[in-house]
Design a protein around this ligand. Structure first.
Ligand SMILES: NC(=O)c1ccc[n+]([C@@H]2O[C@H](COP(=O)([O-])OP(=O)(O)OC[C@H]3O[C@@H](n4cnc5c(N)ncnc54)[C@H](OP(=O)(O)O)[C@@H]3O)[C@@H](O)[C@H]2O)c1
Ligand SMILES: [Zn+2]
Ligand SMILES: [Zn+2]
Length: 507
């Protein structure tokens, strides 16, 4: 299931990419315009074109050098101007630094021209310089208007309330203000996580509507804040389920930013300073702090990588934190989006891996994914042969319906661990006695850290791990179909929304 990525040729001066057509346009237009300017400026065209010195020239400065310099300065200046205008990057200090640098280069070139061509072109030079500086002033004064069309509003498929959670409306929304560490990402595809359903259907409680969900995002960074160092414009990047934490507390400093008390989710969270509700990846763009923006290795196609950003990390973190490795026997409860990636990563980490599913329906898939064994809880006494043999069980079930916790826990060896990652809407009752027979530990894991995300993507690239993906085109119809089927458990094993360019059609 390899998807081809379109290649958009870009060049970057001052850190911003310039699409090829603009590049060609300015390469040709600038010299032609300068020659036309020379003609209309009425100074000695012959001198200019033959690159010889005017008789009145007081010094013999190489004319070719002075003209080349002003040309280079002008061209560079034009690039920077167009970057500022086309890419609306005028709030970024680097654009202004580049513009000023170009102007100085051009001005020196112009001054050298005076020395080469003689003082008769003094007024021409004064006019060229005034026009250049005037242009910069124009961009500076007009920058608010220039920035407005992009990317101040994004477009997304939002749900308006829990009763109509399968009805998606294409709305425009305003993201949080662009911060120094923010990255704007033009989204290419997004996985559909069971959490999206728990959220929009109101199963996890009250939400802020209208809301666009989706937190398995892959796209291209199109704008980076002035203090961003982890991401470059034009880079293919991903965003998962978390988008912010304080990065200052004990947890954040210990690679536990997912447990920070101030952590914010990619969708449905309220940004404290503005009250704006974060919107997810069923949208044209997403604006995210660089710490939660992850470069995608070239070896991973976008649709394969997208589900790893939530489901993959949610599986990977508890596996590595709880010792999944050669010699260990790991159980994965539930073969869904997270479950199938848990099997792939547990195997990649070298553990013996068993799938614990409700029926035999997914047995052949489990073995195709690389599982070493398969238990179906619908079989009578399904747990008996394996009682007290597992070192770790990751539970990905998103419901506790008919969930016989005692039978599952009986599988664990002494003091072995049960880790929930599934977050069902209901609850399950436990007593101390529940854990008595083997003294097992019972806990929950939330996503994973940036370090684990980068490690996981690296491992996936290195080992050629492939998510099992079913692609669906984003839109009212595609979303209704994908989320409806996921709700019924009818997916093998992750829906990924695609076709963003066609549907949103924005740069
Ligand atoms: N902790 C975190 O950080 C985190 C992050 C992301 C998502 N989540 C949560 O993780 C859960 C799973 O997400 P997902 O996207 O993987 O969902 P999914 O694709 O729907 O998979 C869930 C799987 O759980 C099993 N299952 C469902 N109901 C069950 C029941 N009553 N008893 C036993 N097994 C049952 C099914 O597998 P079988 O058919 O094989 O039985 C199903 O395929 C969701 O609750 C989601 O919100 C948590
Ligand atoms: Zn998720
Ligand atoms: Zn913190």
């Amino acid at each position: 299931m390899i998807t081809k990525r379109p290649i958009t040729p870009t060049v970057s001066i001052s850190g911003f990419p310039l699409p090829l057509p603009y590049r060609l346009f300015f390469l040709l237009v600038e010299p032609l315009a300068t020659l036309a300017g020379a003609y209309y400026a009425h100074f000695d065209q012959q001198t200019y074109l033959t690159l010889s010195h005017a008789p009145s020239a007081p010094f013999t400065i190489p004319l070719g050098m002075s003209i080349t310099m002003s040309q280079l300065g002008n061209m560079y200046f034009a690039f920077a101007m167009i970057e500022a205008l086309v890419l609306r990057s005028t709030s970024d200090l680097r654009v202004w630094k580049t513009l000023l640098f170009c102007l100085l280069v051009a001005d020196v070139g112009h001054l050298l021209s005076i020395r080469a061509l003689g003082t008769q072109i003094y007024w021409n030079v004064a006019v060229w310089n005034a026009i250049d500086w005037g242009n910069v002033l124009f961009v500076y004064v007009g920058r608010a208007a220039v920035e407005m069309p992009y990317p101040e509003t994004f477009t997304g498929f939002q749900v308006h309330g829990p009763d109509t959670w399968l009805e998606f409306h294409k709305n425009e929304f305003t993201p949080k203000p662009f911060g120094d560490y923010d990255v704007d990402i033009k989204i290419e595809c997004c996985g559909v996580c069971a959490s999206d359903i728990h959220t929009i259907s109101g199963g996890w409680g009250k939400q802020h509507y209208p809301l666009a969900v989706g937190h398995e995002i892959v796209g291209t960074a199109i704008r980076v804040g002035p203090k961003v160092t982890l991401v470059k414009v034009g880079q293919r990047v991903g965003v998962g389920a978390q988008s912010w934490s304080c990065l200052d507390c004990r947890q954040c400093k210990n690679d536990n930013e997912t447990y920070c008390r101030k952590q914010l989710d990619t969708y449905g969270a309220v940004w404290p300073d503005t009250g704006i509700v974060s919107q997810g990846g069923y949208s044209s763009h997403v604006r995210t702090h660089e710490h939660w923006v992850f470069p995608i290795p070239d070896a991973l196609p976008s649709t394969i990588a997208a589900p790893m950003l939530c489901a993959g990390l949610t599986a990977y973190s508890p596996l590595v934190r709880n010792g999944a490795s050669p010699g260990k026997k790991v159980g994965i409860v539930g073969l869904g989006g997270i479950g199938h990636l848990a099997v792939l990563f547990s195997k990649a980490l070298g553990a013996k891996t068993w799938v614990i599913s409700r029926s035999h329906a997914k047995e052949s898939d489990a073995f195709a994914l690389g599982a070493d064994g398969y238990l179906a809880t619908s079989d009578p006494n399904w747990n008996e042969p394996h009682v007290m043999t597992f070192d770790l069980i990751i539970n990905t079930a998103n419901s506790f319906e008919g969930f016989d916790l005692d039978a599952y826990l009986s599988l664990l060896d002494v003091h072995a661990k049960w880790v929930n990652v599934g977050l069902p809407e209901g609850d399950v009752r436990v007593k101390s006695q529940t854990f008595l027979k083997n003294g097992c530990f019972f806990g929950t894991s939330h996503l994973g850290s940036r370090r684990e995300m980068l490690e996981m993507l690296g491992l996936a690239a290195e080992k050629g791990i492939r998510t099992w993906v079913e692609e669906v085109k984003i839109g009212e119809e595609g979303l209704r179909k994908a989320l409806g089927r996921l709700h019924r458990g009818d997916v093998r094993y992750r829906f990924v929304l695609t076709g963003y360019q066609e549907v949103f059609g924005r740069e």
